[in-house]
Structure formats: C-alpha cells, structure tokens
Ligand binder design. Structure first.
Ligand SMILES: C[S@@+](CC[C@H](N)C(=O)[O-])C[C@H]1O[C@@H](n2cnc3c(N)ncnc32)[C@H](O)[C@@H]1O
Length: 413
C-alpha cells in the first residue's frame, strides 16, 4: 500500500495546483487518481468496471443518435417521457439507458423520472468535435478492435502490413481491397465530415495546435521575402492547424499558406471557407502526398530563379503509415525543400511515444495498429528522417502533453 499512499500524496499535491488553473496539474491529478483505483481495485471490481464502461459507451452512443444531449436543457431537467416522445420511442427504453448514464454520473437525476446534464455531458451535443471523436471511436474503431480475433486468425499473429490488409477494413469485408481512407470515403460524405470534425477533438491536451512550435518567425521571414510560399499543411484536413497558426500569428500572409488534402476533404472546405475571414485566402489544393509535391520547384525574382517553399508541415499523417510509406512521403517533402534557404523546414507534428507511454499514447498506438501503423519515438522519427534525407534539428514538446513537433531540415544543409 506504500505506492498508494505516495499516489494519494501526489493526487493531493496536484489537486492543490489544479486550483491555480493548471491543465498539466489536472492531467497529473486524474492520472494519479486512475492509478489509485487500479492499485486498490480487486480483479472482480476491474471486470465490473469494464462492463460499466462498455454499457455506458453504448448508451452515450444512442443518446447522441437521438439528439438527447441537445434536448436536455442546460438548466433544469427533462422527463424520460418527453425525451421518448420526441423520437417516438418507448419510455422504458429511454429510461433504462438514462439510468445507466445517471449511475455513472454522466447524467443527473434531480427529481424522479427526470434527467439533467452533468458537467461532462454537453461534450456529446450534436457535432461537437469531441463528440465526433467519440462516435468515430464507437462506430469505426471499436468494430476494428472486435475484429482482432478474426483478423489475426486469417492473417496470422503479426503486426499488420500494407494499406489494405488491416483490421480497420476487416469488419466490412474489404480487407485486401480498400485502404482506410478509401473505406472512410466509401462510407459517405457524412462520414468524411465526421472524421474531419473528429480530428479537431481533444485539442486542449492530446493534440494542441499551439504552444509546441513557435511559428512567428514565418511572419518575420515574410517581410524579407515577398514571393516564397510560406506554410504548407500536408494532409491538413479541414484546415484546423493552419487556422490556429494564423489566429496566433495574424502577420503571416494568408494567401501564401497552403492547405493540401484529398479531394473529398478539400472540396467541402473550399465551399465552407468562402466567407471565413481566416481561411478564405488560404490556398486549398487537392494533393496526394504519396505523389510529387506540386508546391516546390522554382520562382523568379530579379531574374534569379529560387526554389520554394519555406515550411512543409505534416501533422498526424506520418503516424497513419508504415515506416516504408512514411519514408516515401518524407522523401517527397525533403526533395521539395529549397536548397537556397537553410531555414526551410519539414515539421512532423505527431504524438511522441516513449518506453513507458501514457495510456492515451498506448491507446492511439493500438488504434494505429488497426491501420498498420504506429505512434513513434524520437529515435524512430530520427531514423525515418535520416532515411528520407532529412536531419532532426529539435523535437519541440509542450509541457504536460505528448504531442510534439519534430523539426527537420534537409540533411547536410
Ligand atoms: C489523421 S488526419 C490529420 C488531419 C490534420 N493534419 C490534423 O492533424 O488534424 C490525416 C489527414 O490526411 C489526409 N490524407 C490521407 N491520405 C492522404 C493523401 N494520400 N494525400 C493527402 N492527404 C491525405 C486525410 O484526408 C486526413 O485529413
């Protein structure tokens, strides 16, 4: 029990720091609290807890599907009968799921037959980024995990390799036929959009946009060079990272920034950003990052030919690929880097794995396994970079998170 006492002291210290508003302290406090629960639970209690989590997730999923987190008022409560009648459902069904959520504290029961939101519940309102992340997990990755026994029976107990023979594609029977991205697209526009929104979830702690790498030097650079493209976000999704950088450093000229992604992503972004003050001038290009990078090559200034661009950012894409494919993608970027600009960079923004990963990094490493990829350590990124003709300048981290930016330059420059 000595460990438990030490953990309790750690919890108590972090709770004190938490009162000062520290996000890192909150994470250290919840990590200590979880460890305490693990240390003091008996095995039976652990199994009970796992059953509870599964049931809770199923009920949250249905309450989201029925829009109940929107229908329960911010103040006060609503009756199960009202919720049920709003979707023509049986009150008993709605109540049984509701009582599960009340039992875990996700909802509250301020009076008999009524439910109210807890502090955490609004996160599941329709189309919130975190809510989309949750439904992406339940609808797309949970089936992939459930497919593990069948998948490993068919392909052998090996780390999956290749783009199509992956657990993610197994439940749909398209393993060996479609890639992860093709399956997401095949599931329809709504699914592509949900994925794009899910990618914007968990942005406070797991994947913060800012506070890791300081992009402000790009604004200073822009004043000394009026032509070079400045910032390219490769596989940038709905433009969330570029937006965050431009909001943080408005002096970076927007029309010299590029968002690149697949056609089914860029098409809707072009439409939705037409009147968006931050994103409307950002160049949006359909680019397959497995093929040659189009924003590279040469431009002319004072009759001199220069190569471009300045910064190639690739965020949470390398972790989607095997080492072989990652090296190919990074080589394309390394080759696009201008030889005449020593400050030019490739920035790889991903979680940084360690010998002892946090539970979330370990979970995401497993998630990546369902598409034959992984979360990588500093050493693994350095190896990829070297094989791609890059050299790591520095790994930037933000205190309290495992999200990092691996800053690379062209090797030997
Ligand atoms: C995990 S998401 C990351 C999105 C964004 N960079 C972020 O961190 O929020 C990977 C992105 O890569 C895009 N993508 C996948 N394959 C691609 C390809 N071959 N060429 C360009 N983009 C691709 C996906 O559409 C998706 O937006």
């Amino acid at each position: 029990m000595a460990d438990v006492e030490a953990l309790c002291n750690e919890l108590s210290e972090q709770v004190k720091a938490l009162r000062g508003g520290s996000e890192a302290a909150r994470r250290r406090a919840t990590a200590a609290a979880r460890r305490i629960i693990t240390e003091i639970s008996d095995p039976e209690e652990m199994i009970e807890q796992q059953s509870i989590v599964l049931a809770e997730m199923a009920c949250i999923r249905m309450y989201i599907a029925w829009g109940f987190f929107d229908k329960i008022p911010a103040e006060g409560s609503v009756s199960y009968a009202e919720l049920a009648s709003s979707i023509n459902a049986s009150e008993s069904l709605v109540r049984r799921m509701g009582q599960m959520l009340v039992a875990t504290g996700m909802l509250k029961r301020p009076q008999p037959d009524h439910v109210a939101l807890s502090r955490l519940a609004p996160t599941f309102k329709t189309d919130t980024f975190d809510g989309c992340h949750f439904t992406m997990m339940t609808d797309e990755f949970q089936p992939a995990y459930q497919a593990f026994p069948g998948f490993f029976e068919k392909y052998g107990a090996q780390v999956p390799e290749g783009e199509t023979k992956v657990p993610f594609c197994f439940p749909d029977g398209v393993d060996g036929k479609l890639t992860y991205w093709e399956l997401i697209a095949k599931r329809g526009e709504g699914n592509v959009d949900r994925f794009g929104r899910a990618m914007q979830g968990l942005q406070t702690h797991a994947w913060p946009y800012t506070g890791i790498y300081d992009f402000s030097w790009i604004a200073e650079y822009a004043q000394t060079n009026s032509e070079r493209p400045l910032l390219l976000d490769i596989g940038g999704g709905q433009g969330q990272m570029i937006r965050a950088v431009l909001e943080e450093t408005p002096a970076i000229p927007r029309n010299r920034c590029y968002l690149q992604d697949r056609p089914e992503v860029i098409g809707p972004v072009k439409e939705s950003s037409a009147n968006d003050p931050v994103m409307k001038d950002v160049q949006k290009l359909v680019v397959n990052f497995h093929k040659e990078q189009p924003v590279k090559g040469m431009y002319t200034k004072n009759k001199i030919r220069y190569a471009c661009a300045l910064v190639y950012l690739i965020r949470r894409c390398i972790h989607d690929y095997t080492d072989e494919d990652s090296v190919k993608v990074l080589t394309i970027l390394a080759n696009a880097l201008p030889a005449d600009e020593p400050r030019a960079r490739v920035l790889i923004n991903d979680q940084i794995n360690t010998e002892d990963p946090t539970p979330f990094v370990a979970a995401y490493d497993l998630l990546m396994l369902t598409i034959a990829s992984m979360e990588r350590s500093e050493k693994q990124f350095a190896d990829l970079a070297a094989r791609a003709g890059l050299e790591v300048v520095k790994v930037h981290m933000k205190e309290g998170t495992m999200c990092g930016v691996v800053e690379c330059k062209k090797a030997g420059v």
